[in-house]
Design a protein around this ligand. Sequence first.
Ligand code: ZN
Length: 94
Amino acid sequence: MSGPNALDKERSLLNDDPKWQDTNYVLTNYKTEQCKKPPRLCRQGYACPQYHNSRDRRRSPKKFKYRYVLLKQFSKMLILLFYLFIYIFFFIPV
Ligand SMILES: [Zn+2]
């Protein structure tokens, strides 16, 4: 098999989902989800956008960012609680 379309055909075989053509999608999702194919049946190996084992796995930048935002919100809440505590102790007459 040869011709100008041979490479494109191979490419579409590697990325059967059109979302993998989007660079941003690849950057945030590459190797963050487990490959749905049985390990020995997936011939894509490194080219496969999903991970096959824990060594292949990548931490999702999206999830990491989410956890960071949660942590920031939690610390803000703690500071608010601290002020509320001070307010209750010093400004409310018994
Ligand atoms: Zn795979």
